[in-house]
Design a protein around this ligand. Structure first.
Ligand code: PNS
Length: 171
């Protein structure tokens, strides 16, 4: 690994509500390419996620607890400012299908407009995850379908716990 001054740090930002095996797949691929990959969970008070930001942080930290090259943090505000603070030169995003492309391109170019030194790298997940999204995982689970193999086992447990709490699981 490069010294900490020259280490190539990549951010993998997102909502991660919850983290899926598609996210895990991209993070593992990123971990091969970069010295460090920081999973950056957006704190967005405007959204009403199923899992609190602390729950999302805890789940992702649990998944990568024995991988020193992967860190998990939360961030608020502009991604490029956070990248600057973390001395990250790369933003990694997953591209599942052509339908993702427009949104990703727009974000990548806006981020480049805001900070010309940060590059966005779009990575393709394994084919078996190209249809997977956090939104669909929550919907399928809430309607009684199986999400086995689509999310880490601990996330499945946390979904079940949510479903058991009071008002039940929202999608
Ligand atoms: O998982 P998501 O919801 O597609 O992730 C979107 C995310 C968090 C990457 C994006 O909303 C973001 O970077 N938000 C931070 C605010 C910001 O910097 N906005 C301008 C960048 S286009």
């Amino acid at each position: 690994m490069a010294s900490s001054a020259s280490a190539r740090v990549a951010l993998y930002p997102g909502t991660f509500d919850p983290i899926t095996n598609g996210h895990v797949d991209i993070i593992q691929r990123g971990a091969v390419l970069f010295d460090r990959i920081v999973v950056a969970i957006l704190v967005n008070p405007a959204k009403s996620p199923l899992f609190t930001v602390d729950e999302r942080l805890e789940m992702a930290q649990e998944v990568f607890k024995s991988q020193p090259g992967v860190e998990v943090e939360t961030f608020e505000g502009l991604l490029v400012e956070y990248a600057r603070r973390r001395k990250a030169s790369v933003i990694v995003r997953g591209l599942r299908a052509v339908s993702d492309f427009e949104y990703e391109m727009q974000m990548a170019l806006m981020n480049r407009h805001l900070s010309s030194t940060i590059e966005t790298v779009l990575m393709m997940p394994a084919e078996s995850y190209t249809y997977l999204s956090s939104r669909l995982v929550k919907e399928v689970f809430a309607l009684g379908g199986s999400v086995r193999g689509l999310v880490p086992a601990m996330v499945e447990t946390r979904l079940a716990e949510k479903a058991g709490v009071g008002s039940g699981l929202r999608v």
